[in-house]
Design a protein around this ligand. Structure first.
Ligand code: NDP
Length: 294
């Protein structure tokens, strides 16, 4: 069997960002509407700082209004909630993202549920989770949305496929499963208590790994020819005091069995911010009662 097609998430994300940029230019021209995204970072977590910087840069590159709020690590929950409420009321802001994780004194769930669901571009609010689960128009979490776009681009119509999602978090696994159900896949959600995980994974025409365990999914867990989407981002020791990123799938062996597979880095990762930009445009359009671009 020939080697798997490597799914180029970086190139797809570049294309998506370009389409978002065109949509923004059109909204500015036709409606005087500049979509605005506010990103809130509490504390100095180095990985979060990199994400927030990239989000702000790409937001500006797409022609959108970008606002960053950087708060100290000892910020109180009340102060953060006051900022979220101010952003909810700000007509220049159409999307609000509070970077997770938050310091221990702040309840993340309380913050997320305070964001106006119409501006919840992360799609984590219970209203958006409920809308997605009932098949209605929702703001969909960015990472699973990016996975879905890559799967559709690779496979076309997903209807009737056996899909297995490994992981059941609220931010990746569960919304991924809902999106695949909406596409008429037969969906299995596996997790840490699943019995005989390799056999469950081998059923999948479309296998999504969102676990956070480096190289856990082995080549013999994969049905020959299956499409494999690897969400995992794990930093591992690369020797000589260096580290490197790896996914949840044992990529080097898996690519000899899979039909198509995403690499890490360069697969799902770049899609997440591109989908955040897309969600901000969608949110801005809905707030102005305009039809969002495709
Ligand atoms: P969580 O830790 O919230 O969830 C992990 C899930 O994996 C849980 O449902 C857990 O099961 C399951 N799990 C853990 N161990 C096993 C095991 N041995 N066998 C089967 N299932 C297992 O992680 P997230 O969903 O937030 O993230 C998953 C991965 O995706 C991480 O590597 C993260 O870094 C990455 N990620 C990447 C993003 C991107 O932009 N590309 C964005 C978000 C996340 P249980 O529920 O039973 O505990």
């Amino acid at each position: 069997m020939s080697e798997a097609r490597i799914i180029d998430g970086k190139a797809f994300a570049e294309g998506l960002r370009a389409r978002v940029g065109e949509a923004v230019a059109g909204l500015v021209r036709a409606h005087g509407l500049t979509p605005g995204l506010a990103v809130v970072l509490v504390g100095e977590d180095p990985a979060s700082q990199v994400y927030v910087r990239n989000k702000a840069k790409q937001t500006r590159e797409a022609g959108m209004h970008s606002v960053e709020h950087r708060l100290s690590a000892d910020t109180s929950e009340a102060d953060l909630l006051a900022l979220v409420r101010a952003l909810n009321a700000d007509p220049a802001i159409h999307g609000i993202l509070v970077q997770l994780p938050l310091p221990a004194q702040i309840r993340a769930e309380t913050v997320i549920q305070t964001i106006d669901p119409a501006k919840d571009v992360d799609g984590f609010h219970v209203v958006n989770a409920g809308l997605l689960a009932t098949g209605q128009e929702a703001l969909v979490p960015c990472t699973p949305l990016g996975c879905l776009m890559l799967a559709r681009d690779t496979l076309g119509d997903l209807s009737g496929l056996e899909a297995v999602v490994v992981g059941r978090s609220n931010i990746v696994g569960k919304p991924m499963a809902q999106l695949l159900l909406k596409e008429s896949c037969t969906v299995t959600v596996a997790h840490s208590r699943t019995r005989d995980l390799p056999a469950v994974c081998r059923r999948a025409d479309l296998l999504i790994a969102a676990v956070g365990r480096p190289n856990m999914v082995k080549a013999d867990w994969i049905k020959p020819g299956a499409t494999v989407i690897d969400v995992g981002i794990n930093r591992v020791d690369a020797g000589e005091g260096k580290t490197r990123l790896t996914g949840d799938v044992d990529f080097e062996d898996a690519k000899a069995v899979a039909g198509a597979i995403t690499p890490v880095p360069g697969g799902v990762g770049p899609m997440t911010i591109a989908c955040l930009l897309r969600n901000t445009v969608v949110a801005a359009c809905r707030q102005r009662r305009l039809t969002p671009p495709e």
